[in-house]
Design a protein around this ligand. Structure first.
Ligand code: ADP
Ligand code: ZN
Ligand code: ZN
Length: 700
């Protein structure tokens, strides 16, 4: 007798707005446990899927279900907490369940057939228990108290520790304690950028042994990712280090999550499903009973507010516990902040005389300096003084950036590249000049300005540049950073890439030569972000107190500005994040902005701005016409063009949604999704290319 087939519901990757439901029904010879990985037919293809509910009801009469093609038997089903995380993320960020589930799995799992996979799984995994170091450096009193609190209280914790206060050491100790307590426990440690993983990986493998630690980030090859993912999923890897994508790793024994530099915008995915890995980490930790540590010297205002201590007016306080580590290890001091008022400098000054003198001094003493400018290329635009021609990108509402080294004009938005013209394309004048400056130009000018300066051994100064242009090749960034660590560079010029997280030991001067751009941005988060960037950059200096003492040097952070008295620089000078945060939060509260309100954006891309805005306006009217639930507590603002309104010949518009209640906003979005889809189908919106929802957007 053949057993009657059962129906299984399978999550597959259907495009989020395709109108196909989240889960598809298939027939299976035998019931399959939820979380089982399967291959199923979808249209003409066969794709990877995850069994969601193992409902064993017979297929509905008159409907022949396609059968499951194969079951990936070698891999244990994904557990219920993982499936709940995926389901929550899909719901919260308005995506399909299948999209999130499949994107969370290593790409090779999708591509390999069951036989190939079985072969892969037969390769013996080297079992290796973490080796717990018995000799450990003594923790500072602040570190010790943070560790004790974390291990004895439920959290989530915001570890507010100065740059160089030894936060990483606290993470290491907490991971160790959690793993020692439970032989199946696992820890997830996240960092914002791939370029921070090698140094962290080194510290964790030095402490726990290479076999216990795996990494998960987009810089790995697909076979590497599959291997690491399987090690985490099987419980064999005890520690997973990774970037935002690692928040979706399958970790059956998860007991601790660390989100280092939790303020960093890179935790927010900016395409596809626009999730916040930090926020999901907090959700996952609570749901799965894992402790969560968010660490930063410049916390996001959201996390700072969420960790406010109780007061008589606010007896509850925030839902996070705030832990303080104000002191640098080894009594190292934070750099002295020196502001140069550029109003008193000759016009077009790039390096003011006092900054140049300070740089020269550092080089002569054999110390390292770092120059920060958040713009790559030689100059942001070429200009003809005769006819006013500018190097505009023909496909975007943006300039093409002048790159002098390879004589190109490149659009940083769409990638369109042309050779630099010999004469003005408008009037033929040979007199076209670069306006403004980027890192390439800084590097060139510094080379000229410091040409005569000698290092202690009499050799000339060595200048290096690190930005997205110099680090395109695989491994380039690692080798460039290694040169800085090895002391083979005297002055490092770079973009924000160099400002974050690195434990440079011999940098004694950091300078931001032109930070004013962000002061008057229309984005309400711009001051917060600028402060974080400059404070983090300053934190790269003076990290080794013994070195400073031996050199007899004080470390310095220089800021050149036309608005040196601005509140951001004032707060930077006093290293007073709490005061800065208090002032910013007060403004946010008065203006009913996050974290005192909740936002979502709907964006529309179309052939014309009218179509993009028309679609948004129609979807907004439809929401009102239907009187959708939650709408009474949600404000819908009129559609507006994006700051860079056209990219690659596509016009972009967006509409802001705001609510004092996260629940109301979520309820409204859930009901609005089908309305948006229906609106898209209407003939008058034919030129619409795509639309998307961004919940808790980081840039407005
Ligand atoms: P953070 O992550 O807060 O910026 P790190 O954890 O990188 O700081 O620590 C800064 C430096 O101080 C590192 O080189 C680290 O090895 C060292 N360090 C941390 N804790 C201690 C300690 N208790 N005793 C001595 N050195 C320490
Ligand atoms: Zn011209
Ligand atoms: Zn372009």
């Amino acid at each position: 007798m053949t057993p009657s087939p059962s129906t299984v519901q399978v999550a597959v990757h259907t495009p989020s707005h395709s109108g196909v439901g989240d889960l598809l029904d298939y027939a299976s010879e035998r019931p399959l446990a939820p979380g089982t990985l399967v291959r199923v037919p979808l249209g003409p293809r066969e794709v990877l899927g995850v069994v969601w509910e193992g409902a064993s009801a017979p297929p509905p009469p008159g409907r022949a279900l396609r059968p499951v093609a194969a079951v990936l038997n070698g891999i244990a089903p994904l557990d219920a907490p993982w499936r709940r995380l995926v389901a929550f993320a899909a719901r919260y960020y308005q995506r399909s369940l299948g999209e999130i589930a499949l994107a969370a799995l290593p790409p090779q799992l999708r591509d390999l057939g069951p036989e190939q996979l079985a072969r892969r799984l037969r390769r013996p995994a080297q079992e290796s228990e973490p080796a717990f170091a018995t000799f450990l450096i003594a923790l500072s009193a602040e570190q010790e108290s943070a560790r004790t609190e974390i291990l004895s209280k439920p959290g989530p914790f915001l570890l507010f520790g100065s740059t160089g206060s030894g936060k990483t050491e606290v993470y290491l100790r907490c991971v160790q304690a959690v793993l020692e307590q439970d032989a199946n426990a696992q820890a997830l440690v996240m960092v914002p950028e791939i370029n921070l993983t090698p140094q962290l990986e080194e510290r964790f493998t030095a402490r726990f042994g290479a076999g216990a630690v795996v990494s998960l980030h987009s810089g790995m090859t697909n076979p590497q990712r599959l291997k690491a993912w399987l090690a985490a999923h099987s419980g064999q890897a005890r520690i997973v280090l990774g970037t935002r994508m690692a928040v979706f790793a399958s970790l059956p024994g998860l007991k601790l999550i660390v989100v280092d530099e939790e303020h960093d915008p890179s935790y927010k995915q900016q395409e596809g499903a626009r999730y916040s890995a930090r926020d999901l980490a907090v959700w996952r930790g609570r749901e799965q009973g894992a402790k969560v540590i968010l660490g930063s010297a410049t916390p996001s205002l959201e996390s700072w507010h969420a960790s406010r201590p109780p007061t008589p007016d606010d007896p509850e306080g925030g839902r996070y516990q705030r832990l303080l580590m104000p002191s640098r290890i080894g009594a190292g001091e934070l750099p002295r902040v020196r502001r140069v008022d550029m109003n008193h400098q000759p016009r077009r000054t790039v390096f003011s005389a006092p900054l140049l003198a300070a740089l020269q001094e550092r080089v002569e003493r054999g110390e390292q300096s770092m120059i920060l400018l958040n713009r790559r290329g030689y100059a942001p635009v070429l200009h003809c003084a005769d006819c006013g021609w500018k190097s505009d990108c023909p496909h975007c509402s943006a300039h093409q950036v002048f790159h002098k080294l390879d004589r190109t004009l490149r659009c940083h938005h769409c990638g369109f590249t042309v050779r630099v013209p010999r004469a003005c394309p408008g009037c033929g004048s040979p007199d076209i000049v670069p306006i403004g400056r980027g890192t390439e130009q800084l590097e060139e000018q510094l080379g000229e300005l410091l040409a005569a300066v000698r290092r202690p051994d009499g050799s000339p100064v060595r200048i290096a540049r690190i930005d997205a242009d110099t680090t395109r090749a695989k491994g380039a960034l690692e080798s460039q950073l290694a040169q800085v660590h090895a002391g083979e560079v005297d002055v490092l010029v770079g973009t924000q890439m160099i400002a974050k997280g690195h434990d440079f030991r011999r940098i004694t001067l950091v300078a931001a030569v032109q930070p004013d751009g962000a002061l008057f941005s229309s984005d309400f988060r711009a001051p917060e972000r600028l402060f974080a960037l400059l404070h983090q950059a300053a934190g790269r200096a003076g990290r080794d107190a013994a070195y400073l003492a031996a050199q007899g040097t004080r470390c310095e952070m220089w800021v050149q500005s036309f608005h040196p008295q601005h509140a951001v620089f004032e707060a930077l000078r006093t290293h007073d994040y709490p005061a800065f945060a208090a002032q910013q939060l007060k403004e946010r509260e008065e203006a009913a902005m996050p974290p005192f309100a909740f936002q979502a954006l709907v964006r529309a891309d179309a052939r014309t701005q009218a179509v993009a805005q028309g679609f948004l306006a129609a979807a907004s009217s439809a929401a009102h016409a239907h009187g959708l639930p939650g709408l009474d507590q949600v404000s819908l603002y009129p559609p507006v063009p994006l700051t860079i309104q056209r990219v690659a010949n596509v016009e972009r518009a967006q509409m802001l949604l705001e609510s004092g209640s996260r629940t109301a906003l979520q309820r409204f979005l859930a009901h609005w999704q089908p309305v948006l889809q229906a609106t898209r189908g209407q003939p008058e919106h034919k030129g619409l290319v795509r639309w998307l929802v961004d919940v808790d957007p980081l840039t407005i």
